[in-house]
Design a protein around this ligand. Structure first.
Ligand code: GRF
Length: 209
């Protein structure tokens, strides 16, 4: 993927707390990520993430699925607003909806997601609980490109964390979240700054001579 000269405008989709959104805002503020956030969209009203966005001076919208005839209409409206604002990379940050064809087609290889497990283990909901229940001793966080397969796209970056004997879902989630906040801005930087390709399932970073 050739990035030079491409505008670096992020569109961030959320459903709730928005701590990953905050980590991206903070990385931009600290100068470790060179980008701007063009818009934040939530599928839920009045969530903390919308307040965080507005506090940072970012345009923050609520798109209610009930206002649209069906899933495709919703995704088309999302694609329209993101394109109208010149977004070049879409970041799902706790966005609790499946992404359908209208959005995938509008942003080919340009949608990222963060998931709180070492994929392909524990896709879907409650990944931290799944890891605890299974009894794994190591889990973590994954940033991946979004495809039509739930939590199944090429892996951009992962970080591992130990599962400790006395962990609860809350303590394990907090340990994973620390890594999420580190790797999401870094994965966005890789997507924007580096040369890379997708070969089969693999995300391949090209060596710069
Ligand atoms: C994170 O654990 C993320 O990995 C998952 O949903 C959670 C969102 O948290 N997809 P936040 O809204 O970013 O605080």
């Amino acid at each position: 993927m050739e990035n030079s000269g491409r505008p670096r405008r992020l569109g961030i989709l959320i459903s709730g707390r928005g701590s990953n959104l905050q980590s991206i805002v903070d990385a931009i503020g600290a100068g470790t990520l060179e980008a701007s956030i063009a818009v934040v969209v939530s599928n839920r009203a009045d969530v903390p993430g919308l307040q965080r966005a507005r506090a940072a001076g970012i345009d923050a919208l609520h798109f209610n699925a009930r206002d649209f005839a069906n899933r495709d209409a919703y995704d088309r409206a999302l694609a329209d607003v993101l394109q109208a604002r010149g977004v070049t990379l879409v970041c799902l940050a706790g966005f609790m909806r499946l992404v359908g064809a209208p959005l995938l087609d509008a942003f080919p290889q340009r949608i990222l997601n963060i998931h709180p497990s070492l994929l392909p283990s524990f896709p879907g909901l409650d990944a931290q609980r799944q890891a605890l229940d299974y009894g794994v001793q190591v889990t973590g966080a994954t940033v991946h490109l979004v495809t039509s397969e739930l939590d199944g796209g090429p892996i951009v970056l992962q970080a591992s964390v130990p599962v400790l004997p006395d962990d609860t879902v809350d303590t394990l989630s907090a340990r994973i979240l620390q890594q999420e906040h580190r790797i999401y801005p870094e994965a966005i930087r890789i997507i924007l700054d580096e040369r890379w390709t997708v070969v089969g399932r693999r995300f391949v970073r090209e060596e710069v001579a």
